[in-house]
Write a protein that binds this ligand. Sequence first.
Ligand SMILES: [Zn+2]
Length: 166
Amino acid sequence: MVRRYLWIWSVSAILAVGSACAADPAYRCVLDDGRTVPIVADATLQNVAAARIDRNANRVIVFNPVYMAPFQVETRWFWFAHECAHQQLDQVSTAYTAQTEGDADCYAIDQLLAHGQIDLAGVKKVVDDMSKMEGDAKHYLPGPQRADHIAGCALAYERRSNQPDG
Ligand SMILES: [Zn+2]
């Protein structure tokens, strides 16, 4: 039986590797009720990251550090925020569609901007990274389209937050 390796590293340690921003606080995924979703490294994952509900019905985010490494820090945070959005929007048990993926992308950008974890220069880096990606036949838009969508989410957020109160 092949033993499945599962590394549980702190995300801050992972992000510190290859990053000039070693002092960055670790990304945390917090649900509306205040619970934190654990983020676990799994080198067998065939994707950058994924949102899951484990066999004990606990929410978890897994990521592959090898796939994550080439991305700029802001884009790594975006990946975590995207998977966190699936957890926050309770989309994990539903089949992912272009709609749920687009919603999660927008929610992720909103959360990162709202919490000051990214600024518009950071969004630009995410957009640059995403524009180089390929889509898939299932639910992801081709990279350039996904990048445009993400840029649109950030602009919409800025427009909303610049509206006068009342
Ligand atoms: Zn997704």
